[in-house]
Design a protein around this ligand. Structure first.
Ligand code: FES
Ligand code: FE2
Length: 423
């Protein structure tokens, strides 16, 4: 048996050894020092999905969120600007805000009464003579996520003062968000019906890798596909014409459009027919003319945006790490502006598939947790990611693509992960 743990003396080039083209090392999921390094080099540096502007629609609205291990408050200031405040008092470090959401122009720390504007500035402190009077504590305030940007209302934060812009980070994945928004006759999506939170005893990367793993659905979800007569399984079969695409930047997708194009039936992607959602179809035709039919045939994207935003057609997931062996998966239903006939069903389907008794996510989560328990065993040391390596090709846009069941997305994830961890 070869050595199980990397030796302390060889930290240089560590990730080059742990991440190889066809295999990745088990310690990537279990070593607390690697997790600490991921926080520094990925979660507190790159752009991380935090929430959606529709969660704070009115001035002074706020909602509590997570950015990795950090408790943040997403606020909308009076001027409409969205901010991400770090939920910690500048006096003695108390968690300032305890409510999940609300509307307020300021936050008051319950310990000694220091008050902050919803942009983070310190407004005042009681018994100010002890500090030599008012306005004596210049520079103190709540922490702020230094860079906040949104794309189609999806709000991202970066803990790094500078670096690539959000648009540069999203790269080709931005077009997948556009595809989703392009299914709204009004060109808008909202994520405002509330998030389910699933605490999961698994390293976050098992989730990120699985989101575009087209190899597992027929097995993990075979029972529910069988009971419901779902056509989803066929999309991920060996005979499927769908492709797995590495979009660069660690992003990946299962592109199901080749399958839906071959049927050329509008709304098949949603499991319905145009006559059952006539107002939506009319609104799409009104908004997009001849292009409406293509949009309604091709449907919504299935894309994993590095490191933590997963758009699964009608659901959005926000994955946040808690510790090396634990993360939280937040899930919500997409709501399309002008798509009322679809929106209610998106909520009920989301409850049925990814809710507390949901039939898809519970099965996936069982795999994540069993995967974590498995990799804590020391032999064999590696996880194999070679599936489809010999049949990958390059598409017209220059992206690497594989078959529907290939591990092309995972390899793209690891390539980008390695570049960040070694930067
Ligand atoms: S810890 Fe917040 S006011 Fe003292
Ligand atoms: Fe799954």
């Amino acid at each position: 048996m070869t050595s199980v743990l990397p030796s302390e003396s060889s930290l240089d080039g560590r990730f080059d050894r742990l991440i190889q083209p066809d295999k990745v090392h088990g310690t990537l999921y279990t070593d607390p020092s690697i997790f600490a390094e991921e926080l520094r080099r990925i979660w507190f540096r790159t752009w991380v999905f935090v929430g959606h502007e529709s969660e704070v629609p009115q001035p002074n609205d706020y909602v509590r969120k997570k950015l990795a291990t950090q408790d943040v408050i997403m606020t909308r200031a009076a001027d409409g600007q969205v901010h991400l405040l770090i939920n910690r008092c500048a006096h003695r470090g108390l968690q300032v805000c305890d409510d999940a959401q609300g509307n307020s122009s300021s936050f008051r720390c319950p310990y000694h009464g220091w008050t902050y504007r919803n942009t983070g500035e310190l407004l005042g402190y009681p018994y100010n003579k002890g500090y030599g009077g008012k306005n004596q504590l210049a520079g103190l305030g709540m922490g702020r996520v230094p860079r906040v940007a949104s794309y189609q209302g999806f709000v991202f934060g970066s803990m790094a003062e500078d670096g690539p812009s959000l648009i540069e980070h999203l790269g080709a994945a931005a077009g997948e968000i556009d595809r989703l928004v392009g299914l709204s006759p009004e060109g808008t999506v909202s994520l405002d019906v509330g998030w389910l939170a699933h605490r999961t005893r698994s390293n976050w990367k098992f989730l990120a890798e699985n989101e575009t793993d087209g190899y597992h659905p027929q097995f993990v979800h075979g029972s529910i596909f069988g009971v419901t007569g779902s056509p989803i399984g066929a999309l991920y079969s060996d005979a499927s014409t769908a492709v797995t695409r590495a979009l660069g930047g660690g992003h990946s997708e299962n592109d199901l459009r080749p399958e839906f194009r071959s049927f050329a039936e509008p709304m098949r992607w949603f499991g319905t027919t145009p006559d059952r959602v006539p107002k939506y179809v009319a609104a799409m035709e009104q908004a997009y003319g001849e292009d409406a039919s293509r949009r309604m045939i091709e449907g919504a994207p299935h894309v994993m945006i590095f490191p933590n935003l997963f758009i699964a057609e009608i659901q959005v997931f926000n994955i946040q790490p808690v510790a090396v062996g634990e993360c939280t998966q937040y899930a919500t239903a997409v709501q399309l502006g002008g798509g009322e006939e679809l929106n209610r069903r998106m909520i009920s389907q989301s409850i049925g598939s990814v809710g507390p008794a949901g039939m898809l996510l519970a099965d996936d989560t069982e795999m994540y947790e069993r995967n974590q328990r498995g990799v804590e065993m020391l032999d064999p040391e590696w996880l194999d990611v070679r599936r489809g390596l010999g049949r990958e090709r390059t598409d017209d846009a220059g992206f690497t693509i594989g078959a529907a069941t290939d591990e092309t997305g995972m390899r793209g994830f690891w390539k980008h992960y390695k570049s960040l961890m070694e930067a």
